[in-house]
Design a protein around this ligand. Sequence first.
Ligand code: TXA
Ligand code: MG
Length: 318
Amino acid sequence: MISKSLDKAIELLKNEEVIGMPTETVYGLAGNAYSERAIQSIFQLKKRPYTNPLIVHIGNIKQLKELSDEIPQKAEMLAAKFWPGPLTILLKKSTKVGALVTAGQETVAIRMPNHPLALDLLNQLEFPLVAPSANPYQSISPTSAKHVDRYFGNQAVFTLDGGESTNGLESTIVGFEEEEVIVYRLGAIPLEELERIVGRVRLNEVNQNGIVSPGMAPKHYAPKTPLIFTDSLSKRIQQLDTNNVAIICFDKLPKVNNFEDSIIYSFQGHLGNAAKRLYGLLHELDDRNLDCILIEKFPNHGLGRTINDRLKRAAVTN
Ligand code: TXA
Ligand code: MG
């Protein structure tokens, strides 16, 4: 069920229920971070393995101290610059944070979302909210209340409608080893922007405990329709043996003789729009019974790098 009622959302969360929550990145499946019952429901609804930890969402900086007693200086600098916003920070957890949230790890992932309704919600509660993206394990993240409702509406999940997510890609995840800033998941804040604040960062898909951040797992974010991700669109089109396809390009439309009846879509060279629209477009195309979705590699910088990362994991082939 989709609703704009903040009061209802608050009531459900206080009763340890789980709701769909809007954020600027993607919608989350949110519950009381201190409620084992709510956390269990999240894992069950998503069919998510317990080895995959959850992000804790806060509405103000006071709540941060409750979750961690050790905040490195670079973490403070990044939080000051990017919160509220699409940056998730891994910090040593306090005793208040349960083992289910962190999958037994010593670090907890924390983020303050930049969405007015989400901030309102968080600030009216006396507990922070755990919220993974509101999609079944390994499928495309939701960027609207409708997407969440399609995934979980039939399981009586209430979704708070906060409009379309403005960023459209998940948060960037950073952690700290000694003085070094490590990026565990590319996301809505490009590496270049992080480096402007803290200098050189290191991209690493495996953390100190040897655990791959599951958002970095090889298969993830996938539509049901086979997705072909290619750096030579024109050549790859010629190899298709069907025209019941969608062709998505970053900028200029390729020559597409014999594909007049196919869906052809361009982001017109705009990375920000592409980031915002990409998941929504994949959701729509997934409903059309296409034989495949062919999508071109993006310029590999800024948000283009994050988009390429996601598409690589969503693709069956290139
Ligand atoms: O933008 C986002 O981050 C969205 C919105 C709802 O906030 N949330 C999101 O959550 O993408 P999720 O659960 O789909 O992805 C969180 C990622 C997972 O890959 C998880 O493994 C990683 O964060 N993560 C969480 N806690 C961690 C920890 N303590 N150490 C390492 N990775 C962690
Ligand atoms: Mg996710």
